[in-house]
Structure formats: structure tokens, C-alpha cells
Write a protein that binds this ligand. Structure first.
Ligand code: UDX
Ligand code: UDX
Length: 422
């Protein structure tokens, strides 16, 4: 069992810390946010993530997981130091490495000899070298070990990964990092740091491309009168295509895909390649927000001025409380810009977000609404009382931007229904 420091207790850092302690390692997780650390020391997890709170409590109770304020306090006994701090977007779209560099600078002088620093944050190609330079220690190796976890299923994805990617020029360091995943069954790809860093961006970019492709196909279906659900079914049986990640919707959001697709275009540009395909993926996504807003305006009779619109869903996807780059919030602001009075509900959002003050229940937002827009695919919404909804609305009209609801059942109840590509 190893001594692991994890710097950053966010979605990626906290999941990494709790899962490594669950695998039996001794983990010290650090964050600059004192309130977050105090909460975690009480065994409370500040994010909605299935199974994470149980793992954090298990680690605390069994003495394998500690939380400290400041990276410096986690470094002294660390054989491995995982960097999981933010890599936000710079104005030009490139990834900002200042937090990574700050964390490396803080732990550098305190790490024991032969320690391994591991980049788990999504960092541009070449960042392993940047961290090596900042550390300035030739007895400490830097390795890239990108994360592929999805929010909402982070714990499952960490413990059951499709693959583990390790980028290092030092084979023994790569083997040491691979050995941390004891008990996890997955192919391990050991490559050089630039390739490992590129695997992360390429994977996220390809996932984003699948979504923009199916949203574009949905637009074609809208135009030619085809049903995108059947189209995707027919496509997906081709094992070279598969059914995964082909759900049409309001566009992709979250803390990763939008940021990483833009950063990849930047990385390619600075390396002299104009990644037009990826620019296309990004612009189709931007269009998708407009397309959904247009469907709501059309359903409202052509104008949104002074029109009450009910919205179900504010998070960027279901099973998370994360609203970073949420398509739902983009669409809500487009509707408001066009004069709509938006009332919104989301099961995971209790406080104001993105200029919206959500209601406490899904029915009150429907009161007097001319259109109901479903923007996040929370399963809860499928089991609501739609006769009650119809009774509350000005007239029963739904724009289902997630193709979540049962169209025939709603139409039998007198609803006018529009989906994405159907
Ligand atoms: C982060 C990055 O945003 C993402 O690019 C990367 O791929 C993985 O790690 P996430 O875990 O979702 O993603 O970020 P976030 O939930 O914002 O957590 C980051 C944590 O780091 C926060 O708790 C923040 O307080 C902490 N932090 C930030 C530090 O501990 N030190 C810093 O210098 C900056
Ligand atoms: C993503 C990657 O999946 C993960 O591997 C990586 O580590 C981090 O980024 P996440 O941001 O949690 O994970 O979200 P994901 O589940 O990928 O969804 C991204 C966006 O695409 C969401 O807005 C989601 O609603 C949308 N989406 C996803 C679709 O519109 N259709 C789909 O079929 C799948």
C-alpha cells in the first residue's frame, strides 16, 4: 500500500482520493478551500456524486483518508502526489496551467526523494514538461495519468475504467503508478507523456463529435420527417458505430467537453494544424442551444415576449448538481433574452444559479405556463402527474429537449409534443 497525496478535492480529486483509499492506500487529500476541508473532515461531501460519501466516510473511519488545507501539508510523506486542480480556460481558449504550476511549486520542495508527481487534471500536451520544470527536482518523476470519469458515475468509472492511461518516459515510474490500481481490472496503456495527454483530449473531443453529429442528424430528421430514435437504433447496431453517446439533446455541456474541445482547437492551432472538424463540432453545439430556444418560441406561437415558460432541468446532465457550462442555463438565458418569463425547477438545484431562482417543486413552475421545456434528463420527470401539469398550464405544450418523455402517452392526454429529431 502506498502513501498518496491528492491535491484538489473537487469532482476529480475527491473521487480519486476516496477510491484510492478504498483500494487500500493511505491518502492525504488537500484543498485550498478551508470550508470544504472542514466539511469533508465531518464526512460530508459537498457534491452530488453516487457512492462518494460512503467511500469518504469509510476512508475516514478506517484511518486511511485524511483531509488537510493546503498542498504543502499533504506532500511530506507522499510517495505519489496527484494533481487534480482546475485547468480553466484562458481568454484564447487554451488551458490555464497556473493552478497546476502553483500546486507543483508548493509541493516541490517538500516531497520525499523518489516521489512521483502525477498529472490527473486535463492538461495541454507538453504539461508534464512544464511541471518537471516547476518542480526542478531530478529525483522526482512526473507522470501523466488522465482521468476519464463522468460526473454522476465518477466512483463507478474510477473503479471500473475502460482503460488506464499512463504517460511517462520512466518505465519504473510508470509501473509504480500502474500498481496503485491494485484490484482494478482494465487494460493499462503505458506511453509517452504527450501521447497520454493527447489521448485525453482526443477522447473527449470524439465524444463531443458524436453528440454534435447526432444533433445534426436530428436536425435532418426534423426537416425530412424521420424519427431520430429509430435512426440512431439503426445506426448503432453497426458495431463500428455503437449506440453509446448518440442521444440527441440540447447540446453538450459540463466542465470538460466544452472546455476541452476549445482547448484542443487551440493546441492544434499552436502546433500549426487548423482543426476545422472540431470547430464544426463546437459550432453545431452552439447552434443547438439556438435550435431548442427556437422550438420553444415556435411552440409559444412565434413570440416569447411576456410568455410564461416552465423549465424542468438546470444541470448540464442528470444525476449531478453541476451546472458548469450547462446547456439548460444557456437556453434559459436565450429564452429570457427574447422576453420570456422563465420559471425553472431542478431536483438537485435549490439556490439561485445563472440568474435563475429555481422553484421547490416541478408543478408550481407549470402554473399559467404556455410551454414546458424539458432540458435535463432527470428520470424523476417521467413519473410526474401530467394530467395535473396539463391542468396547471395555459395549454398542454411540451418541448422535450432530451426525448425523455413518452410521446404517445402525452398526446393521448392532449399534449402538443415536440422532441429533438422527432
Ligand atoms: C478539475 C479540473 O477542472 C479539470 O480540468 C481536470 O480535468 C480535473 O480537475 P474538477 O475536479 O471538476 O476538475 O474541478 P473542481 O470541482 O473545480 O475542483 C477543483 C478543486 O481544486 C476545488 O475544490 C478547488 O478548491 C481546489 N483547488 C483549486 C486547490 O486545491 N488549489 C488550487 O490552487 C486551485
Ligand atoms: C465527460 C466524459 O464523458 C468523461 O469521460 C471525461 O472524463 C469528462 O467529461 P462529463 O462531463 O461528466 O464527462 O459528462 P458526459 O456524461 O460525458 O456528458 C457530457 C455532455 O454531453 C452532457 O451535457 C450530456 O448531457 C451530453 N450528452 C451525453 C448528450 O447530449 N448525449 C449523449 O448521448 C451523451
Amino acid at each position: 500500500m502506498a502513501e498518496i497525496a491528492v491535491i484538489g478535492a473537487g469532482y476529480v480529486g475527491l473521487t480519486t482520493a476516496a477510491c484510492f483509499s478504498h483500494l487500500g492506500h493511505d491518502v492525504t487529500c488537500a484543498d485550498i478551500d478551508e470550508a470544504r476541508i472542514a466539511q469533508l473532515l465531518r464526512g460530508e461531501v459537498p457534491i452530488v456524486e453516487a457512492g462518494l460519501e460512503a467511500l469518504v466516510r469509510e476512508g475516514l473511519e478506517e484511518g486511511r483518508l485524511r483531509f488537510v488545507v493546503g498542498a504543502a501539508n499533504a506532500a511530506p510523506s507522499a510517495e505519489f502526489a496527484y494533481l487534480c486542480v482546475p485547468t480553466p480556460q484562458d481568454d484564447d481558449g487554451s488551458a490555464d496551467l497556473s493552478y497546476i504550476e502553483a500546486a507543483a511549486r508548493e509541493i516541490g520542495p517538500r516531497l520525499p526523494s523518489e516521489a512521483v508527481v502525477v498529472n490527473k487534471s486535463t492538461v495541454p500536451v507538453g504539461s508534464t514538461r512544464v511541471v518537471e520544470r516547476v518542480l526542478g527536482r531530478d529525483d522526482v518523476v512526473v507522470v501523466s495519468n488522465p482521468e476519464f470519469l463522468r460526473e454522476g458515475s465518477a466512483v463507478h468509472d474510477f473503479l471500473n475504467p475502460d482503460r488506464i492511461v499512463i504517460g511517462s518516459d520512466d518505465q519504473s515510474a510508470a509501473v509504480r503508478v500502474a500498481s496503485l490500481y491494485i484490484g482494478v481490472t482494465a487494460p493499462i496503456i503505458v506511453t509517452d507523456p504527450p501521447s497520454a495527454e493527447t489521448i485525453k483530449y482526443a477522447s473527449n473531443a470524439f465524444l463531443a463529435a458524436k453528440i454534435s453529429f447526432v444533433n445534426a442528424i436530428a436536425a435532418v430528421c426534423d426537416a425530412v420527417g424521420a424519427d431520430v430514435k429509430d435512426v440512431v437504433l439503426g445506426m448503432g447496431y453497426d458495431t463500428r458505430i455503437g449506440h453509446e453517446f448518440l442521444k440527441p439533446g440540447p447540446g453538450f455541456g459540463g466542465s470538460c467537453l466544452p472546455k476541452d474541445t476549445r482547448a484542443l482547437v487551440q493546441i492544434a492551432d499552436s502546433a500549426g494544424y487548423s482543426f476545422d472538424l472540431m470547430r464544426g463540432v463546437i459550432s453545431v453545439n452552439e447552434d443547438q442551444f439556438q435550435r431548442v430556444a427556437a422550438k420553444v418560441r415556435q411552440m409559444a406561437g412565434g413570440s416569447l415576449d411576456g410568455v410564461k415558460v416552465a423549465v424542468w432541468g438546470l444541470t448540464f446532465k442528470a444525476r449531478t448538481d453541476d451546472t458548469r457550462e450547462s446547456p439548460a442555463l444557456r437556453i434559459v438565458s436565450l429564452l429570457a433574452d427574447q422576453g420570456a418569463e422563465v420559471q425553472a425547477y431542478d431536483p438537485a438545484i435549490k439556490g439561485p444559479v445563472g440568474g435563475v431562482v429555481p422553484a421547490n417543486d416541478p408543478y408550481s413552475v407549470c402554473d399559467g405556463a404556455r410551454v414546458l421545456a424539458v432540458l435535463t434528463e432527470w428520470d424523476d420527470f417521467r413519473w410526474l402527474d401530467f394530467d395535473k401539469v396539463a391542468g396547471l398550464m395555459e395549454a398542454p405544450r411540451i418541448v422535450d429537449a432530451r426525448n425523455l418523455l413518452d410521446r404517445p402517452a402525452l398526446e393521448r392526454r392532449g399534449f402538443t409534443y415536440v422532441g429533438i429529431g422527432r
